[in-house]
Design a protein around this ligand. Structure first.
Ligand code: FES
Ligand code: FES
Length: 883
C-alpha cells in the first residue's frame, strides 16, 4: 500500500483511485479542505502538494503517493506553533464573511508568499484567481496578503491566544434539549437555569399577533459570573449580524462585548423568528435584544439599590457593575446575582440608550474569528453523527417532468446501499457519498417529459400573468394623471429593461443532516429560515413542531436561496434508513433544483417639460417584484405597477429581491432623461430629489469619486497602456429597506468595444450604524456580487433546462474582476438602524450602465450588460428621444 505525508504525518492510501479531496476529508477527517464544484473551478479544495497549490478534487490520492501534502490544518505546523502569517493577516483584516472559501485561499496565498515574498496587487489577484469568494471579500483578502508579507518580513510574534474580544463559541451541545421548544413554552415553564446556571433571565415578549414580520421577542441570561448569553431567532450566514447584536446587548447592559455570547439558529432554544431576510436583523432582533438588555440593566439597578444605599437616581451601570454616583461604591453583576434564579418578563418598554450616546455600539468592533482560518469552522457538510449515512436523491431531468417508472434493482444490489421510496420520492443511502451517487445513477427511471420551455422568455412573461395570490400580489399605485402628462410632455422617453435569471451560487452547496430518535427529529441545515423549515418538516411528516429541532451551524453562503428542501430529503432518507443521513447537493443540483432570481421585464415611460423637469413617470414591472420600484424623485404624475407572471422556471428570493432590477430600470431611465434634457446627471438628480438622505449619499459618493460635470458620451479618447481608451463615469441612487445608497462607477472602453470597470465608489446610509466594520464589509461584498449580475452572470436554458449547471458554465466575479472599491459610510444616530446586506447592491448595475453610455454612447438596457466583455453590437433597445 502506498503512502503520503499529510501535515507531517505518514498516512496509508487505502483507495488510490479516490480523489485526494475525498481521501483527506473522509478518511483523514481533514474537513478544512472544502468541496465546492468538483470540477476545478472554485479553488475551495486547494491544498499544497510539495509546497505547490493543487486542486484536490482534480487529483487521485494515488497520484500524490510519496508526496508531502499540507492542508489548512497543517499550515501553521503542529499544534502550539504560531499561526502562519497569512492566517494572522486574514484574521486581522477580517477578510472573510461565511469563511467557506478561506482555507483554500489561505494555503494558496501561503504558496504565493513562499515563491514571491512581496507580490503586488496584480500578482496576488492572478495567483489567487483560481479561488472563488462568493461573499466578495476580495479587496480584504488582497490587503491581508500584503499584511502577511509584512508580517513574514518582520518576524513571527507568536500564535495569538484568544485575541481581545474573541468569545469562545457556545457549544450548543452543552445546552441540553428542553422538553418543549422554548419559543412554544411560557417563560415560567422553561428550565433556564438548569442550562445556564444561576443568574437573571429577562424576556422581551413577542410582537403582537398579526404584525409582520412576526418576532418571538428576545431573551437573555446574565450569569452569576457576569457573562451574558443572549438568544435570537436570526441566523448568521456570514453577514456578521452576530457581532452587531452582541454590541447592542453590551451597550445596554454596560458590559464588554467579549462577555456577551449569542445563541442563534436553534429552534429549541431561540425565540421564534420569521426568517433572516429583508435586512431585518437590526430592526427586528436588534431592537428586541436592546430591550431585553436594557430591561436586565434596570433589574440589576433595582437589585443593587438596597445594597448600595444611595437613591436609585444616583446608580448607573458601567463595566459590568452597578456604581453609586454618590459614594463611588461598585457592585459587580456577578455579586448581585450569586445564588439568584430570577426571571423577569418585561411588561413595558425599558429606557433605551440613544444611539447618539452609544459608547460601545457604533464603533468599529472586530470579533476575531480564528476558526475560519484554521479549518476549525465546521459547516453542515463537515459534521458527522454516529452511524451517519450519505444520501442521494433521484432527480427529474427537467422541471415538470413526471416519473413513469423506476427500476431500483441494480441500486439495491449494491453492497451497503439502501433504497428509500416514499410516494414520488426515491433516494438512496450508502456509507460514503461516492457510493450513494453511483447507486442513484444505477436507478433506471423513465419520465414523461413536459413540452420544452419557451425560447422567448420576455414574450412568455408578458403573456402569462400569474394568479394574484400569496406573496405574488399585483401592485398598482398612481398619483396625478400620468397619461395626460405623457401626452403633453415636450420630450417623451420610453424603453424596456430586462434582467436575467440568476443563481445564488453559495460556495457551500445545500446540505442537511437528519436524525430520528424516539419519534423526534433533529435536523442540522444551513438555512436562513430555521423556523419555516421546522414548519415544513412538521407538515411533511405530520408530526408536531414540538418534536422537531432545527439547528443552523455555520453556513457557507446563502444569499436568500437556502430554504430547506434538502432538510426534507435528509429526513425522508433518515426515516427510511433508520440512521442519521446527510444530503449534500452537488453543484449541478444546486443549479437545477434550487430556485433562481426572477427575470425582470420592465417598461418605463417618462416625460419632460420644456424646462427639462420630469412631469410624468410610468413604470410596469413584469415578474420581478415591487421591491425598490417606488420612484424617489419629485414628479406630479406617476404610475407604478407590478404584474406577477407565471415564470417557466422556479424562482424565489435572492439578495435585494427585485430592487436590483427596478433600480436598474429607474436609474438608467433617469440618466436617459438627463441626457435628452442636456443636463448633468448629478445636477439633474439633485434637482428632482426631495429626499435629503438620498441627496446626502449622492453628494457623498460624487465628492469621493471626483464627479466632473460636462462629460460627453464617447467623447475624446485617451492614450493608455498602448491603446486609445474612452473613459466613462456613471452614477445611480437607490432606496430600499430603510437604507439610502449612491454608487459612482468608472469604466474604460477600447476600440474593440471591450469594457472594463475600473473604479466604484459607494456611499451608504442605514441610520444609526451599529458596527461600521461589518457594514463596510457588507458594502464591499455586496458590490462585488452585484458586479457579477451587472456584467456577466446569467442562467441560460436549453429546452427549459439550465444549459450549463456548473461553475465552469456560470461565471461569477473572481479576484481579477474586482475594480478599485471605495466606501463612504454616513452615520445617522438620529435614525433607527437598518440593514446593510442588500441595499448596497442595487445601484451598481445602473451606475455601470450609465458609465458605459458615457464611454461609448451605447445605452445598454439588459442585464447582464457585457456577457462577453464587449458592448453587444445589437444592443440599442428603445430610444432616448421620442419627440
Ligand atoms: S476546485 Fe475542487 S471543489 Fe472546486
Ligand atoms: S467568505 Fe468567501 S465564500 Fe464566503
Amino acid at each position: 500500500m502506498s503512502s503520503i505525508v499529510v501535515n507531517g504525518k505518514t498516512c496509508e492510501i487505502s483507495r488510490p483511485g479516490a480523489s485526494l479531496l475525498a481521501f483527506l476529508r473522509s478518511e483523514l477527517g481533514l474537513t478544512g479542505v472544502k468541496g465546492g464544484c468538483g470540477e476545478g473551478s472554485c479553488g475551495a479544495c486547494t491544498v499544497l502538494v510539495d509546497g505547490q497549490p493543487v486542486l484536490s478534487c482534480q487529483r487521485q490520492a494515488g497520484e500524490v503517493a510519496g508526496c508531502s501534502v499540507t492542508t489548512i490544518e497543517g499550515l501553521a505546523g503542529s499544534a502550539g506553533e504560531p499561526l502562519h502569517p497569512v492566517q494572522r493577516a486574514l484574521i486581522a483584516e477580517r477578510a472573510s464573511q461565511c469563511g467557506y472559501c478561506t482555507p483554500g485561499i489561505a494555503v494558496r496565498a501561503a504558496a504565493l508568499l513562499a515563491a514571491d515574498p512581496d507580490p503586488g496587487d496584480e500578482q496576488i489577484a492572478a495567483a489567487l484567481d483560481p479561488c472563488l469568494c462568493r461573499c466578495g471579500c476580495y479587496p480584504r483578502i488582497v490587503r491581508a496578503v500584503h499584511r502577511a508579507a509584512a508580517l513574514a518580513r518582520d518576524g513571527n510574534e507568536g500564535r495569538p491566544g484568544p485575541a481581545p474580544g474573541e468569545t469562545p463559541p457556545l457549544a450548543l451541545s452543552s445546552l441540553t434539549r428542553p422538553a418543549r421548544p422554548w419559543d412554544m413554552s411560557a417563560p415560567g415553564e422553561r428550565d433556564w437555569f438548569g442550562v445556564l446556571g444561576h443568574g437573571l433571565v429577562v424576556v422581551w415578549p413577542p410582537s403582537a399577533a398579526g404584525t409582520w414580520p412576526r418576532s418571538g421577542g428576545a431573551w437573555l441570561h446574565v450569569s452569576a459570573a457576569g457573562t451574558v448569553t443572549a438568544f435570537t431567532g436570526k441566523v448568521d450566514l456570514g453577514q456578521d449580524n452576530q457581532t452587531a447584536l452582541r454590541l447592542l446587548v453590551a451597550e445596554e447592559l454596560a458590559v464588554d462585548p467579549a462577555d456577551v455570547r449569542l445563541v442563534q439558529g436553534d429552534t429549541d432554544l431561540c425565540p421564534y423568528d420569521a426568517g433572516t431576510f429583508g435586512s431585518r436583523s437590526m430592526p427586528d432582533a436588534g431592537e428586541a435584544l436592546r430591550r431585553a438588555a436594557a430591561g436586565a440593566r434596570e433589574v440589576l439597578l433595582g437589585l443593587a439599590a438596597p445594597r448600595l444605599g444611595g437613591p436609585h437616581a444616583y446608580l448607573r451601570a458601567e463595566q459590568g457593575s452597578v456604581i453609586c454616583g454618590l459614594t463611588g461604591t461598585r457592585l459587580p453583576y456577578g455579586m448581585l446575582l450569586a445564588g439568584t434564579r430570577q426571571v423577569e418578563v418585561l411588561a413595558k418598554e425599558p429606557p433605551l440608550t440613544s444611539p447618539s450616546g452609544w459608547t460601545t455600539a457604533g464603533r468599529p468592533y472586530a470579533a476575531p474569528r480564528a476558526d475560519a482560518v484554521t479549518g476549525a469552522r465546521h459547516f453542515v457538510s463537515d459534521l458527522r453523527r454516529p452511524g451517519l449515512r450519505y444520501g442521494a436523491v433521484l432527480r427529474s431531468p427537467a422541471p415538470g417532468t413526471v416519473l413513469r417508472s423506476a427500476d431500483t434493482a441494480a441500486a439495491e444490489a449494491m453492497p451497503g446501499v439502501t433504497v428509500v421510496r416514499d410516494g414520488e420520492f426515491i433516494g438512496v443511502t450508502a456509507g460514503d457519498p461516492g457510493t450513494a451517487r453511483r447507486a442513484v445513477t444505477a436507478i433506471r427511471a423513465e419520465w414523461d417529459e413536459p413540452p420544452p420551455g419557451p425560447a422567448d422568455l420576455e414574450a412568455y412573461l408578458r403573456t402569462h400573468p400569474a394568479d394574484d395570490e400569496g406573496w405574488q400580489r399585483a401592485v398598482s399605485s398612481r398619483a396625478g394623471d400620468p397619461e395626460a402628462a405623457l401626452a403633453a410632455a415636450a420630450i417623451g422617453v420610453q424603453a424596456t429593461y430586462t434582467t436575467a435569471y440568476l443563481a445564488h451560487v453559495p460556495l457551500e452547496t445545500r446540505a442537511a443532516i437528519a436524525e430520528w430518535e424516539d419519534g423526534r427529529l433533529t435536523v442540522w441545515t444551513g438555512t436562513n429560515v430555521p423556523f419555516a423549515v421546522r414548519a415544513q418538516l412538521s407538515g411533511t411528516f405530520g408530526i408536531s413542531e414540538d418534536a422537531i429541532r432545527v439547528i443552523v451551524p455555520p453556513v457557507g453562503g446563502g444569499f436568500g436561496g437556502k430554504h430547506g428542501d434538502e432538510a426534507v430529503e435528509a429526513a425522508r432518507l433518515a426515516r427510511g434508513a433508520g440512521r442519521p443521513v446527510m444530503v449534500h447537493w452537488s453543484r449541478a443540483e444546486e443549479f437545477q433544483q434550487g430556485f433562481l432570481r426572477p427575470m425582470a421585464v420592465i417598461d418605463v415611460r417618462a416625460g419632460l417639460d420644456a424646462a427639462g423637469s420630469i412631469t410624468a413617470w410610468d413604470l410596469l414591472d413584469i415578474n420581478a417584484g415591487a421591491n425598490g420600484f417606488a420612484f424617489p424623485y419629485t414628479v406630479p404624475n406617476r404610475r407604478l405597477r407590478y404584474q406577477p407572471a407565471a415564470s417557466p422556471h422556479a424562482q424565489g428570493p435572492y439578495r435585494a429581491l427585485s430592487a436590483t432590477a427596478n433600480t436598474f430600470a429607474c436609474e438608467s431611465h433617469i440618466d436617459a432623461l438627463a441626457y435628452v434634457a442636456g443636463a448633468d446627471p448629478l445636477r439633474f438628480r439633485l434637482r428632482h430629489l426631495d429626499d435629503e438622505r438620498l441627496a446626502a449619499v449622492l453628494e457623498g459618493a460624487a465628492e469621493r469619486f471626483g464627479w466632473r460635470p460636462g462629460w460627453q458620451p464617447a467623447g475624446r479618447p485617451a492614450w493608455r497602456d498602448g491603446q486609445w481608451v474612452w473613459r466613462g463615469a456613471g452614477l445611480a441612487v437607490g432606496v430600499e429597506k430603510g437604507g439610502r445608497v449612491a454608487t459612482c462607477a468608472e469604466v474604460l472602453a477600447d476600440v474593440s468595444g471591450r469594457v472594463r470597470v475600473s473604479r466604484i465608489v459607494t456611499a451608504y446610509e442605514c441610520g444609526a450604524v451599529v458596527n461600521p466594520d461589518t457594514v463596510i464589509s457588507q458594502i464591499e461584498g455586496g458590490t462585488v456580487m452585484a458586479l457579477g449580475g451587472a456584467l456577466f452572470e446569467s442562467v441560460t436554458f436549453i429546452h427549459g433546462r439550465v444549459a450549463r449547471p456548473s461553475l465552469s458554465g456560470y461565471r461569477v466575479p473572481r479576484f481579477t474582476d474586482v475594480p478599485e472599491l471605495d466606501v463612504v459610510l454616513l452615520d445617522r444616530p438620529d435614525l433607527p438602524s437598518a440593514g446593510a446586506g442588500e441595499t448596497p447592491l442595487i445601484a451598481v448595475a445602473p451606475a455601470v450602465a450609465n458609465a458605459v453610455f458615457a464611454a461609448t454612447g451605447r445605452r445598454l438596457r439588459s442585464l447582464p450588460l457585457l456577457p462577453d466583455g464587449r458592448v453587444p453590437d445589437h444592443e440599442r433597445r428603445g430610444h432616448d428621444a421620442e419627440r
